[in-house]
Ligand binder design. Structure first.
Ligand code: ZN
Ligand code: ZN
Length: 480
């Protein structure tokens, strides 16, 4: 009995000592920071800054195609806005990339029935010869079916990938499938000898408006004309094909590469009180496609994160670490701003303690996930508890890479936090002329500001880190 007691006592002491060890190495958010959250949340839920930035960028600048005249105008506008909002530091870091321009696009079925088609050229598409292409179209149900077909079937023809339409889903996961067709379909068709490419738009709407977006050619010299059809036009084409007669299309696209361009990431910082060199990394992308005014993609993301950082800057007591907002350059045609940021800052990646960007519109955040070191899981749970009453659930099992602009930064070792927005409406308007300010719901946008402000403030106040270090999440980044 005595032995048992002694053993139990020893066990208790050992366990106690181990618990104390784990506690001392575990990242923790101090109670004093948690108490600040109520005020931050109240102010965020009345915030007008995020909406004003979105309204300003869409009204005073409008579409912000990377490398266009509006690229520079938007950067100047954002620099002025950061300064007016009282950010402590505002600067730019150059980002260079090939410039692609769109002049015009049209398409029509000419046989067996003459019908106009609503199309949008894909970013990086080549133009057609002057006057357009007139040739037979070969239809495939999917990208995989086209890839499996013998080359002679597509040689010297326009390939059309019918692809099922996307469903409007809260997590937007159908976009992955549709975007894959857009990104790799044209190069894949070109490799088989096709001279043009058409696909059903990567969108969940039934408007007669096509969705643009980037495609990728390993060798731009081998690019072919590539465009998306609006979903009703893809349906129309399917009905025409169902007649079993040869289908001929006239495709006329005037677009193409136009040298290279040097833009910039626009960066602003709210300086931390005791560890100012370390920072929470946030932001969105300043560029947009050219048909709409780029309200939901991604003026809203820049606006939400800027407004959240601004609220933290207004507090009487700053968090220990800084809050760094990046309005990224040219996300749309290949994550150029994010890659340039990662290249420029990878040697000091440990200073970017945690990162979360906003690039899925302005609808409600419903889920939080993270990719951090195990010892920081409890601190992430503290952040999750602080945003729970805003309707945000914590999925501790799922990764959180931080978002598209931060994917390159995460890949070189930054810990990531993902604040998942409801994407149900997003892909109805994404990359179309319908991406305009009226799609932004003020109350939902304010909820975003509240969640970002709380998450940023708590992470910037944490005692201990989240695991950012050179190469720290290389494995997870591959599988995210
Ligand atoms: Zn975006
Ligand atoms: Zn986009």
């Amino acid at each position: 009995m005595r032995i048992h007691t002694a053993f139990a006592l020893a066990l208790l002491l050992t366990t106690g000592a181990q618990a104390a060890d784990t506690e001392s190495s575990a990242t923790r958010i101090p109670d004093s920071a948690i108490t600040q959250v109520t005020g931050l949340r109240e102010r965020a839920l009345k915030d007008d800054v995020a909406y004003a930035i979105t309204e300003g960028l869409t009204s005073e600048i409008g579409a912000r195609l990377a490398g266009s005249d509006n690229d520079l105008k938007a950067r100047d506008w954002m620099i002025a806005r950061f300064k007016a909002l009282g950010f402590d530091k505002v600067w730019s870091e150059e980002v260079s990339y090939p410039r692609w321009i769109r002049r015009s696009e049209s398409a029509a079925v000419i046989e067996p029935f003459a019908q106009p088609l609503a199309v949008a050229a894909l970013g990086n598409s080549a133009g057609t010869p002057k006057g357009g292409l007139e040739t037979e179209v070969v239809r495939f149900e999917s990208l995989a079916a086209m890839q499996a077909a013998p080359d002679y079937l597509v040689n010297r023809k326009i390939v059309y990938i019918a692809n099922p339409g996307m469903q409007a889903l809260k997590d937007g996961h159908d976009y992955g499938m549709a975007a894959q067709v857009r990104v790799s379909g044209p190069a894949s068709a070109a490799a088989k000898g096709a001279i043009g490419f058409l696909m059903r738009s990567a969108g969940s709407d039934q408007n007669r408006i096509a969705h643009t977006g980037v495609t990728h050619f390993e060798d731009q010299a081998k690019a072919i004309p590539a465009a998306a059809l609006s979903s009703p036009d893809a349906d129309l084409l399917d009905h025409i094909f169902a007649r079993g007669k040869p289908v001929k299309i006239h495709l006329d696209i005037d677009c193409g590469m136009d040298g290279s361009y040097t833009g910039a990431n626009v960066i602003a910082e709210i300086t931390g009180s005791s560890r100012p060199a370390e920072y929470f990394l946030t932001g969105g992308h300043l560029d947009s496609w050219d048909a709409g005014t780029g309200a939901i993609d991604d003026a809203a993301g820049v606006a939400i994160t800027t407004a959240a950082a601004h609220l933290i800057g207004q507090l009487p007591q700053r968090p220990a670490r800084s809050i760094r907002v990046v309005a990224f350059a040219n996300e749309e045609s290949g994550l150029f701003g994010g890659k340039a940021y990662a290249a420029q800052h990878h040697t000091e990646i440990g200073k970017a303690v945690l990162g979360a960007e906003s690039d899925l519109g302005a609808d409600r955040i419903y889920k939080l996930t993270a990719t951090v070191k195990p010892e920081a899981r409890a601190a992430i749970a503290q952040i999750a508890a602080a945003v729970k009453s805003l309707g945000v659930d914590y999925d501790a099992a799922a990764p959180g890479a931080g978002g598209s602009d931060l994917s390159a930064v995460h890949a070189v070792g930054m810990a990531g936090l993902s604040l998942h927005q409801d994407a149900t409406r997003y892909f109805d308007w994404h990359h179309t002329a319908n991406d305009t300010l009226d799609k932004v719901d003020l109350e939902q946008m304010r909820q975003n500001v509240a969640v970002y402000a709380i998450a940023m403030y708590l992470a910037a106040s944490a005692e201990g880190d989240f695991g950012s270090a050179a190469g720290a999440f290389a494995k997870q980044a591959d599988s995210d």
